[in-house]
Design a protein around this ligand. Structure first.
Ligand SMILES: [Zn+2]
Length: 428
């Protein structure tokens, strides 16, 4: 609707668009066109909210001198670049695109610079408002579903996720961090692993990387020291009993106290129960299909499952003995944990004549002090459980993606609030 065709309301439309786009005064709207989708095509679209067509808004900078993006000094034009297009939020269900040719000026002080186009960050085909909408949606919707709803490719949305995740990671402060939790997670059915480092005081993931060997700790220390942290300040590290992590912590944080938290110790025992059961089920038919009964806490079973479990526990099975050892260890944690109680458990486990259980007992003995501290400080359980739920959510948002980096970046997006002010500061 160029020029006169817009009639008396042209000025109002112009003001309306300027306001909604929040344009600085040195940019103006030179054209706005609306094209509707073919009526028949639209009629066949059965969705309740339908894409009705497209709005194209063309912007151009004011005549004459323009402000330098660095210092604001009015500077003469240098040249004009080819037109760029940005998708903006839909306007009344019309997909909306902005078009502009970036203009470069020559500032007496800063030289040749591109005049600010504050509606988007450089190299994005979306406006900032559009990207913020995507980031909001990512909090509860998988990326591929968002892409389908918006009619764009998921690769483009992933680029948005990667950009803001990188900005969040650059902004993580490592100053004053003293208590670390280290955890490993399978990224996809046990094929790939990622390692996470958590600040146990703020409950935030502060570092994540692919792999789960000792080099993870070295990589973390580099990142930490580059981000203002000091390795000497770290006095406590909780983790699972992975030999690689233990060696890594002893090398990088020799002064830190290592703690093995309840979550990971119980996990070891639970795995041992399952190993016993798998072996025994070859001879005892009743155990077929009982995996779940022994993995869950009794309280989390249905009444029917509880009855099944009861009847299995009445048979003198190895699995039942292993399961009893697991429950006893859980009681150790839930009652007042004492060294005596751990000793009682250890003596029973080591004499159990169940190899997987004896193995766990030996591991516990080897890390005795760390296990006891994990029981008495109770520092990590809630933190790790909270983290697990976020990791689950991140996996769902990143579903269908093979790149481990997608999952890592999604974890940061879900863990950190992205407020608008911060986000525009990320525009660099
Ligand atoms: Zn300047």
């Amino acid at each position: 609707m160029p020029g006169d065709e817009r009639g008396v309301s042209a000025e109002r439309v112009d003001r309306f668009l300027r306001m909604t786009l929040e344009l600085p005064e040195y940019w103006s709207i030179v054209d706005a066109t609306l094209s509707s989708r073919d009526a028949e095509v639209l009629a066949r679209d059965t969705r309740l909210t339908r894409e009705r067509g497209q709005v194209d808004i063309t912007l151009a900078p004011a005549e004459g001198k323009l402000p330098c993006p660095e210092c604001g000094v009015a500077s003469p034009r240098y040249d004009q670049r080819p037109e760029q297009t940005w998708e903006h939020l839909p306007l009344f269900d019309f997909r909306t695109f902005l078009h502009a040719k970036p203009v470069r000026i020559r500032c007496p002080e800063h030289g040749v610079r591109t005049v600010a186009m504050p509606w988007a960050r450089p190299d994005s085909g979306f406006t900032l408002e559009y990207e913020f909408r995507v980031l909001d949606m990512v909090k509860d919707t998988p990326v591929h579903s968002i892409a389908r709803k918006l009619g764009v490719t998921d690769q483009r949305l992933w680029r948005v996720v990667h950009h803001y995740a990188a900005a969040i990671r650059r902004g993580v402060s490592f100053t004053g961090i003293r208590h670390l939790g280290i955890d490993e997670k399978a990224s996809r059915r046990g094929h790939n692993y990622i390692s996470l480092v958590v600040d146990l005081d703020t409950h935030k993931v502060i570092f994540a990387t692919e792999g789960r060997d000792g080099s993870v700790l070295t990589e973390f220390v580099h990142t930490m020291e580059a981000g203002g942290g000091s390795r000497d300040a770290v006095d406590l590290v909780t983790m699972d009993m992975s030999a690689a992590f233990i060696a890594g912590v002893e090398r990088e944080f020799p002064q830190a106290q290592i703690i093995f938290d309840k979550f990971h110790v119980i996990q070891l025992v639970t795995e041992a129960v399952d190993e016993v059961r798998r072996e025994e089920q070859k001879e005892v038919a009743e155990l077929k299909g009982s995996r779940y009964l022994f993995l869950k806490n009794p309280d989390n079973l249905t009444r029917k499952q509880q009855a099944q479990l009861e009847s299995l526990l009445h048979v003198p099975l190895k699995t039942a003995r292993a399961y009893g050892l697991r429950l006893q260890l859980q009681e150790f944690y839930e009652n007042e944990p004492s060294e005596d109680a751990l000793n009682v458990w250890y003596a029973r486990a080591i004499r159990s004549r169940l190899d997987p259980m004896k193995r766990v007992a030996k591991t516990v003995k080897r890390h005795w002090q760390g296990v006891l501290l994990g029981a008495t400080t109770k520092l990590t359980n809630a933190v790790l459980e909270g983290i697990n739920s976020v990791i689950q959510a991140a996996k769902s948002r990143a579903r269908g993606y093979r790149r481990v980096q997608n999952l890592i970046n999604m974890i940061f997006i879900l863990f950190y609030p992205i407020d608008r002010l911060l986000a525009t500061r990320y525009v660099k």
